[in-house]
Write a protein that binds this ligand. Structure first.
Ligand SMILES: Cc1cc2nc3c(=O)[nH]c(=O)nc-3n(C[C@H](O)[C@H](O)[C@H](O)COP(=O)(O)OP(=O)(O)OC[C@H]3O[C@@H](n4cnc5c(N)ncnc54)[C@H](O)[C@@H]3O)c2cc1C
Length: 454
């Protein structure tokens, strides 16, 4: 069986690897010169290999972590990833929370009870919400927003400001007033109400393309710089810019699927798919990478910044990179960065770091001079994770066509683990569907399906 995969992001590569493992021949088409999609390396003249955006993984990303390990069997995990027990700490030290050593879910409750910067009332309301949600199996009403959820459970202003709002923005890239409560709860469920290690925070120690996409690409047939213009799905084949394949997995964002896809038959289903793809809206993320004159040691590798856009303090999270003089600052839902001159943002954020870190009880020496910086603003970093959004499944009305990507119906917001799982699921979908195809391909496909199940 010959399968085309469009897009060499984390979803497309995961799909291609799963098919390859099952003995299926794949060709991956990628518009860009580099693999990784929205989680990729950027080569900077001064700073070397940095990323288009700082990415944080959590222990619940089981499929992604397994993939990384499988592709680097000889490399110790801590060379690739820095793994920390769940801990949140503000840059000025006024707020902090750390997973306790108790088994799950007591580790999360212990973290809240022992949190610095929250009062007794805050802690009581947070614990009551978690306990109630656990009993309700982490279910919210389908159209509920995160802010409505917080009101329903009487979350205090301090809790929302220090804990819930930053977590919602970091995981859903959507403000609490608009964000889907259910997607937020799915993330909380899989990190807090799961084995303790699932709430670990995991920071890549190598660039995102080196982390695994590059190693995956070495095992695959990949056509870089090929912008697919047309995917024509026919009854017995799929044509990618005229070239014939037996099936195709489209692993690009929804707006790109809309541009490429032409399908024979199932007119109603096509209209429904188009409508679903058109309903997605997107939100930007800005990442500022800074290189300082000298190493600078933060109290902990990840610090929460207190955001105050009115004073130019846009930063939300500060990460120490592996190189002791490099740091990244993340700004989710960075709409303002699309409207104004970007250089002004850099000065404001540098001042914000200087001022806030200086207040920390374990403050390092003054921040060394910034020698280089790079600001990357990804305009369509993620889809806006709002309630009521209908997300297509991997399966389509055309058995030879499957969809993959963080935007498909993964149960997660737009995150790496959703992308990887969707790719693997799309590969299974094609293999299962191929059992019903005519003799020429079905024999191979059936044995491929057997391999994948092994
Ligand atoms: C700045 C930023 C920060 C983020 N932070 C986090 C984080 O901390 N944690 C987390 O879990 N997630 C994070 N995410 C989300 C995460 O990056 C995505 O969920 C994930 O990368 C999506 O992968 P994908 O394969 O679904 O899509 P993509 O990565 O978008 O891959 C699609 C690929 O298709 C290619 N393509 C498009 N059109 C065509 C065409 N016509 N022909 C050929 N190829 C085409 C594109 O070039 C791209 O390589 C962040 C995203 C950004 C942008």
């Amino acid at each position: 069986m010959k399968v085309a995969i469009i897009g060499a992001g984390w979803a497309g590569l995961a799909a291609a690897l799963a098919l390859k493992l099952a003995g299926v021949q794949t060709t991956v088409f990628e518009a860009a010169p580099i693999t990784g999609g929205r989680a990729r390396r950027v080569d900077d003249k001064t700073m070397g290999a940095i990323d288009n955006g700082q990415h944080l993984l959590i222990g619940a990303y089981t499929e992604t972590l397994a993939l990384i390990q499988r592709l680097h069997p000889e490399t110790p995990a801590d060379t690739l990833l820095l793994r920390l027990p769940m801990q949140l700490e503000s840059a000025d030290g006024s707020f902090s929370l750390r997973a306790s050593a108790l088994p799950s879910p007591m580790h999360a409750l212990g973290a809240i009870l022992g949190a610095k910067g929250l009062g007794l009332k805050d802690k009581w309301h947070a614990i009551r919400m978690i306990a109630s949600l656990r009993i309700k199996k982490w279910q919210a009403s389908p159209l509920q927003t995160v802010s409505q959820l917080f009101s329903q459970y009487s979350q205090t202003q301090s809790l929302c400001q220090h804990l819930w709002q930053p977590l919602c923005l970091a995981t859903l890239n959507t403000p609490v007033e608009l964000a889907s409560a259910q997607l937020f709860l799915n993330v909380l469920r899989d990190s807090l109400d799961a084995p303790t290690r699932h709430s670990d925070l995991i920071v890549p120690r190598v660039d995102l393309t080196t982390l695994w996409p590059e190693a995956a690409a070495q095992q695959l047939t990949l056509r870089h710089r090929h912008i697919v213009k047309e995917i024509l799905v026919e009854n017995d084949c799929v044509r990618i810019d005229g070239e014939m394949f037996e099936a195709c997995i489209v692993a690009t964002p929804p707006y790109a699927v809309l541009r490429m896809l032409q399908c024979d038959g199932h007119t109603q289903q096509m209209q429904a798919l188009r409508a679903a793809l058109e309903a997605f809206t997107y939100r930007p993320i800005a990442t500022l990478t800074l290189q300082l004159e000298q190493p600078w040691r933060l109290p902990v590798p990840i610090l929460m910044l207190d955001e105050a856009p009115d004073t130019g303090h846009y930063g939300q999270w500060l990460f120490a990179r592996k190189q002791a003089n490099q740091f990244t600052v993340v700004v989710s839902n960075a709409e303002d960065f699309l409207k104004h001159d970007r250089s002004a943002f850099v000065d404001g954020i540098v001042q914000q770091i200087q001022q806030q870190v200086a207040l920390h009880p374990q403050a390092p020496s003054d921040m060394p001079k910034v020698m280089a910086h790079r600001l990357v603003v990804e305009k369509r970093a993620t889809f806006s994770a709002e309630p009521g959004l209908i997300r297509p499944t991997n399966k389509t009305a055309w058995s030879r066509l499957a969809l993959a990507g963080d935007w498909t119906d993964t149960g997660y917001p737009a995150v790496l683990e959703g992308a990887v799982r969707s790719g693997q699921q799309a590969a299974r979908q094609i293999i299962d569907a191929s059992r019903a195809w005519p003799e020429t391909s079905s024999g191979q496909a059936a044995s491929a399906a057997g391999n994948l199940q092994d």
